[in-house]
Write a protein that binds this ligand. Structure first.
Ligand code: BGC
Length: 740
């Protein structure tokens, strides 16, 4: 193969993508025309009109007779002020597509993208931007102008019920992916909301638990992901979380909402509450600007309770003006217009391509003994087992769930009453069976649901290859009890793999899982919750028409014993009592307790590095059907870090690689400081330049309230994963400090 020359344009592109953006400049508000328009509008508003903007409700909770004609049955509605051209705010959940589960009976659908975890597994911010653009365009066409997208809580525990919505365990990866997604959404004149601020990293006890973490650890982990997402993505809104942080509810936490967000990060947009997360009118004074789902809070703190609080000087008219000003600022800054968006037609076929691209790039090839995959085109017979592969792919449950185009083929409500919405197990979209049939035309492809392992094993003996779909449900409002796949799937896989050595397991999960059968299985893929084209992508990857390029955005532990909290905090809480109040799927009356995370800032692979523990699969890991070689690593230190290297595709297929740069600072765990995703033809080389974000080279000094880069030698690794360095270099950093 001829070796292609390096292109200067490639080099510049990558360099630009990774230019340091984390250091904040002092905001200059002097002659800001947006602010001038905001102040002009504010000056014309009556107190009642101001109050309208700072509270909202779920349309379904507004009595039909009082429900505004333009309200859509979705997450939220905040009235506008028509006489001043202030539009109503119509919001929908939208992390993985425009969520529509409240309107399920009416048959609404939307393009269902792969889960957030899957998106993170692409390590491709351009895809995050394109997914966001698509979601925003569909949302606008459906009449929404505010999207509750952008979940960026760090994955700290593989039992987390909502991890599938989030973007992995690393603050840089998660921060950059969420920033790109927000940018894409907001390119549609829509406000995006980064959430859940902050440290809502588990579902157990989310309404009452307090996360206690020292400030430096917070700033270097969860808050860093938010900081990157906010400074690079400029979301119009931030959603404060349900839980307490340091003993104070996140939605009335002055440290988070005012000191960090406003004073330190210069954030100009508004803070909305999570639904049912407000506990006082004084929250307004602490930095909350909008009570968004007041119908499910104990009181309507920002509407009926507000006049008394003003009269008693518990909040001030200035607090009200500040909150309204921030909401207006975001409306102006994102060019929402004077009215709600007018619904228009959606090109679902075009959007399905985005879903397919994302599903393809998200698949991680975790094991491929003797290059079993891709299966040979001559494969005549394939047995597909389990995972409801005849019904589509699974989706995660909760407020982010999207009814895909074509609808779900099966829905199981695992809970009753108010909690039901949060635990709908559902399957839909392109099925893996159809995906395999399209990828292996002419082959005999049969399906068994896997309920009878002996029958599956006997059928497995008669075919060329077996594909087992191994699934695990995760949902908002509930964490998983353990790492097991459950439903007898381990025994099923063991039986089938013992019967046929050509067994491929495809994980369809929202989290890392345990795989006791791994040694018996030669090929393993993770396809996560793949969205409405997930089944197609699985077929293409198994056949090799798509070369997998995903990398794990989370560590797969060997066992719970390796985790910082082998017992999930709060998992010993008493079961629901008859008088307990369910707020959005969780018990709002559960006894308060404290969550401590022994890993502090070292979530995920950093904890494993610190403890010298070997994971089952490392963060960043993923194989390809081609091979990549690394050469010419050089690192230049100083106040920042610039790394150069060359990646060459030495195999015989085109493919994309994800070279990763990690540094080890003195006395600290390994940290990811940059990555690239070059697409290379066989024989092609690409020179890559990465400039590290200065904050990932620094540590937060709480006493000085500054980020400090310690001078001295650092080790730089060009790696295939958090545990697989290929080339190393040494350089030195010089002393530097940055505002918080
Ligand atoms: C979730 C939020 C969501 C809101 C509105 C809450 O239960 O935590 O992520 O945006 O509901 O549906």
């Amino acid at each position: 193969m001829p070796r292609r020359h390096l292109r200067v344009a490639d080099l510049l592109l990558v360099g630009l993508c990774f230019a340091p953006q984390g250091v904040l400049a002092e905001p200059d508000r002097g002659a800001d025309p947006t602010e001038q328009r905001v102040q002009a509008t504010l000056a014309q508003m009556t107190p009642d009109e101001k109050m309208l903007l700072i509270h909202g409700n779920m349309p379904i909770m507004i009595a039909r007779a009082k429900r505004p004609a333009d309200a859509i049955i979705a997450a939220g509605y905040v009235a506008g002020v028509a006489r001043l051209g202030i539009p109503p705010q119509l919001s929908s959940d939208a992390s993985l597509g425009v969520a529509n589960l409240m309107d399920m009976r009416k048959g609404d659908v939307a393009t269902a993208l792969p889960s957030g975890m899957a998106l993170a597994a692409t390590w491709n911010p351009n895809l995050a931007r394109e997914s966001g653009r698509m979601i925003g365009a569909e949302a606008r066409a459906k009449g929404f102008n505010v999207l509750l997208a952008g979940g960026v809580n760090l994955v700290r525990d593989p039992r987390g019920g909502r991890n599938f919505e989030y973007l992995g365990e690393d603050p840089l990866l998660a921060g950059r992916m969420v920033a790109a997604s927000i940018g894409g959404i907001q390119s549609n004149r829509i406000i995006a909301t980064i959430k859940h601020f902050a440290l809502n990293d588990q579902e157990t006890g989310r309404a009452t638990a307090s996360v206690d973490m020292d400030e430096a650890a917070m700033r270097e982990s969860d808050l860093l992901a938010f900081r990157i997402g906010i400074t690079e993505g400029r979301p119009g809104s931030v959603m404060c979380a349900y839980n307490k942080v340091g003993g104070t509810y996140a939605c009335e936490n002055r440290f988070l909402l005012t000191d960090v967000l406003r004073r330190d990060w210069g954030y100009r947009g508004y803070v909305m509450s999570d639904w049912g997360a407000v506990h006082s009118t004084e929250a307004l004074h602490a930095g909350l600007d909008q009570q968004s789902g007041e119908g499910i809070d104990a009181k309507r703190w920002f509407s009926t309770e507000l006049p008394a609080a003003l009269a008693e000087h518990r909040v001030t008219p200035a607090d009200l003006d500040t909150a309204v000003g921030r909401i207006l600022w975001s409306i102006e800054d994102n060019h929402l217009g004077k009215t709600a968006p007018v619904p228009t037609a959606i090109d679902y076929d075009a959007d399905a391509k985005v879903a397919l691209t994302s599903a393809r790039e998200a698949i991680v090839l975790m094991k491929n003994a003797q290059d079993l995959l891709p299966l040979k085109p001559a494969t005549r017979s394939i047995l597909v087992v389990g995972g409801h592969a005849d019904l589509g792919v699974p989706s995660g449950g909760g407020s982010s769930q999207v009814v895909p185009v074509g609808g779900f083929r099966k829905v199981e409500s695992l809970k009753q009453g108010a909690a039901a919405m949060f635990s709908r197990r559902a399957w839909g979209g392109a099925t893996p069976i159809d995906g395999l049939r399209a990828a292996f035309p002419g082959a005999d492809i049969r399906y068994l649901d896997g309920s009878d392992p002996a029958a599956a094993a006997s059928a497995a003996r008669a075919v060329d290859a077996v594909v087992v779909l191994a699934e695990k449900f995760s949902t908002e409002a509930q964490d998983n009890a353990d790492l097991g796949l459950g439903d007898g799937q381990d025994a099923l896989i063991d039986a089938v793999a013992s019967a046929n050595p050509c067994t491929i397991v495809v994980l369809e999960t929202g989290n890392a899982v345990a795989m006791p059968w791994l040694a018996k299985v030669p090929a393993l893929l993770s396809a996560w919750y793949g969205g409405q084209r997930g089944g197609t992508a699985i077929g293409e990857v198994i056949a090799g028409t798509v070369n997998p390029s995903g990398r794990l955005p989370v560590t797969f532990p060997q066992s719970l014993a390796q985790l910082p909290n082998p017992v999930l905090p709060g998992s010993d809480l008493p079961p629901l009592g008859a008088k307990d109040r369910i707020v959005y799927g969780v018990n709002a009356n559960s006894p308060p307790f404290t969550i401590t995370y022994p890993e502090g800032s070292d979530a995920g692979y950093r904890w494993f590095d610190r403890q010298r523990e070997t994971p089952a699969f490392a963060f960043g890991e993923g194989l390809s059907y081609t091979r990549f070689a690394y050469s010419g690593l050089s690192a230049r230190g100083g106040k920042s870090l610039t790394v150069r290297f060359t990646v060459t595709n030495t195999g015989s297929r085109p493919g994309a690689d994800v070279p990763q740069i990690y540094v080890t600072l003195a006395g600290k765990a390994r940290r990811l400081v940059g990555w690239a995703k070059p697409q290379l033809q066989p024989g092609e080389s690409r020179s890559i330049t990465l400039v590290a974000d200065p904050l990932v080279l620094a540590s937060f000094d709480t006493a000085r309230q500054r980020w400090i880069t310690a001078p001295g030698a650092i080790r730089v690794e060009l790696s295939r994963s958090a545990t697989d360095p290929v080339l190393t270099a040494q350089t030195s950093l010089s002393a530097a400090s940055y505002r918080p």
